[in-house]
Design a protein around this ligand. Structure first.
Ligand code: URA
Length: 281
């Protein structure tokens, strides 16, 4: 394979950012460090490594970490699956600043290692509307702010069409770090980051939530259908730490709308539905 073909292959696999001045031999690293991680965190005999969700979490963590951290450090020194660690950490955060700092220091999601910046939120934390997308792309990763690339520009136009802008909403994502190559986040990554999103909602206490795209809609509503079935409906989100349920509307992701202009009509209906609910503010 020539050099150009190799480079293309790397980009297809998501290796599209230079992280350091000198190359790492990931194969050698994996042969020593990651195998050790799997052995050290091996599940008890009663669990089948192939079928247990907890074992899957450990395997996913161990096999995807590109760092030189020790296995114990990687698990944060606590022998619990990453989502449980995230839930405990999130519950301890009493402010948005504390939540941001907790996520920035969280070692249970390997996406943190390959991202340039944590992408926490943008907009107005006191706004009554919270918008939740999927995960940052390349431009968001570089800027450390959600929805600043092409889909962010479309999102701004969508908000503008119902008289809103970023001073009237708070924007965040299910995943706060860019997945390499803009791949879809895995179920384990979503499960790991979800407690932080839930805490984010509880601390902001929005009156309404807009869920952009299948990853966000599925993760927060628990509805596992396709986005074409989930969208257009309001769901009552039960958020730990909140007394009232939060009404959430699912709609298409702006990136999907850019690829599928015929879906814009339905997205427009969803925006009208949001506008009807929020016009009393
Ligand atoms: N897509 C998302 O879901 N979130 C961003 O921040 C950018 C693109």
């Amino acid at each position: 394979m020539d050099d150009l073909a190799l480079l293309r292959l790397q980009i297809e696999w998501g290796a599209d950012e230079a992280l350091a001045d000198t190359p790492f031999d990931r194969l050698a690293e994996r042969a020593s460090g990651a195998r050790l991680a799997v052995e050290k965190t091996a599940p008890p005999e009663t669990e089948s490594p192939a079928t247990s969700p907890a074992a899957a979490l450990r395997m996913d963590s161990a096999l995807s970490t590109p760092s030189l951290r020790s296995p114990v450090a990687f698990l944060g020194g606590v022998n619990r699956p990453a989502p449980a660690q995230a839930a405990a950490l999130a519950a301890s955060c009493e402010s948005l600043e504390a939540l941001r700092a907790a996520i920035a220091g969280f070692e249970g999601c390997a996406l943190r290692d390959t991202a340039t910046n944590l992408v926490f939120s943008d907009g107005n934390p006191a706004a009554p509307i919270m918008i939740i997308g999927e995960a940052p792309g390349g431009e968001e990763d570089r800027a450390g702010r959600p929805f600043v690339g092409p889909s962010g520009q479309l999102l701004d136009r969508m908000l503008g069409s119902i008289g809103l802008d970023r001073t009237g909403v708070l924007i965040t994502n299910i995943i706060p770090w860019r997945p390499p190559g803009n791949r879809s986040p895995s179920d384990v990554e979503v499960a790991t980051c979800l407690p932080f999103v839930m805490r984010h909602i509880a601390l902001v206490a929005p009156r309404h939530v807009l869920l952009l795209g299948a990853t966000s809609a599925r993760a927060l509503t628990g509805n596992s259908q396709g986005i074409r079935r989930i969208r257009g409906n309001w769901y009552d989100l039960e958020v730990p730490g909140m007394v009232e349920r939060v009404p959430a509307l699912a709609t298409y992701h702006p990136a999907y709308l850019m690829r599928t202009p015929s879906a814009k009509r339905e997205a427009w209906n969803d925006l009208i539905s949001l506008q009807e609910r929020v016009q009393d503010y």
